[in-house]
Design a protein around this ligand. Structure first.
Ligand SMILES: Nc1ncnc2c1ncn2[C@@H]1O[C@H](COP(=O)(O)OP(=O)(O)O)[C@@H](O)[C@H]1O
Ligand SMILES: [Mg+2]
Length: 236
């Protein structure tokens, strides 16, 4: 068995006032799409931010691509190839679509134009609005900019925090199609998703975060559990 791309073992993390993660364990293999599910406030974003370095773990190990990254600063983890689309998206509203996309490639100099064209081809909506300030775009289009910008960094592991969150239903379908296309390109992803139906459509496997851990018996292949099983194990 080759080593998984990412292995989290006994990860503990939280904020000054309280601990949120109490020994989180999971792995992600190359090419796999894993959904991280859990109730509101269960620590999903905290777990993602611990992988990307924005939250510093107080214990445990996170191995990525053969190296320990737990405790490394976010810019170093980014350079290693873990790229996150955060829940807030963090776009620059007054800058154009194109300039927001270019920022995703700030660590490398080569082939930016080719990648920019590729993103604008994959997301024709962005291609048409390349010069428009991002603030004039809908929530769904802004989510596309955020995903496009992450792709500009050529992720080895793409972290998506509620990509369909707060979007109109028409865009939820588009985001699902984008995730399926990225999966088809072999991009390894860890996705937080409140829309369980969507998560089960895209993910190979899912984890349920509960009481600060990956709930026992809930590192499961998609298909081995129904939507009702999942809702029950998240909330009951
Ligand atoms: N920056 C922060 N400072 C203090 N507490 C936080 C911070 N971010 C999140 N929390 C708290 O940590 C817990 C888990 O939050 P979060 O990881 O965002 O959960 P989820 O993404 O599953 O909804 C919540 O109780 C939340 O209020
Ligand atoms: Mg969250």
């Amino acid at each position: 068995m080759p080593e998984p791309l990412l292995t989290a073992l006994g990860v503990e993390a939280g904020y000054r006032s309280k601990q949120i993660l109490f020994g989180v364990d999971f792995t992600i293999s190359r090419g796999e799409v894993v959904a991280l599910l859990g109730a509101n406030g269960s620590g999903k974003s905290t777990a993602l931010n611990t992988v990307s370095g924005f939250v510093r773990p107080s214990a445990g190990s996170i191995r990525f691509d053969g190296e320990e990254i737990a405790g490394s600063p976010p810019h170093r983890i980014f350079r290693r190839g873990i790229i996150q689309v955060s829940q807030a998206r963090d776009l620059f509203p007054d800058m154009s679509v194109e300039d927001n996309l270019r920022l995703g490639a700030w660590v490398r100099g080569a082939e930016i134009e080719a990648d920019l064209d590729a993103v604008c081809t994959s997301f024709p909506r962005l291609g048409e609005r390349r010069r428009q300030p991002v603030r004039l775009m809908s929530g769904g289009e802004q989510q596309m900019v955020a995903i496009g910008r992450a792709l500009m960094g050529r992720p080895k592991l793409l972290l998506l925090d509620e990509p369909s969150g707060g979007l109109a239903p028409v865009f939820v379908g588009e985001i699902a199609a984008i995730m399926t296309a990225l999966k088809g390109r072999g991009i390894t992803m860890l996705i937080i998703e409140q829309n369980i139906k969507l998560a089960l459509t895209v993910a190979d496997r899912f984890l349920i975060l509960r009481d600060g851990k990956v709930a026992q018996g809930h590192d499961v292949r998609t298909g081995a559990a129904t939507e009702e099983d999942i809702v029950r194990s998240i909330y009951l």
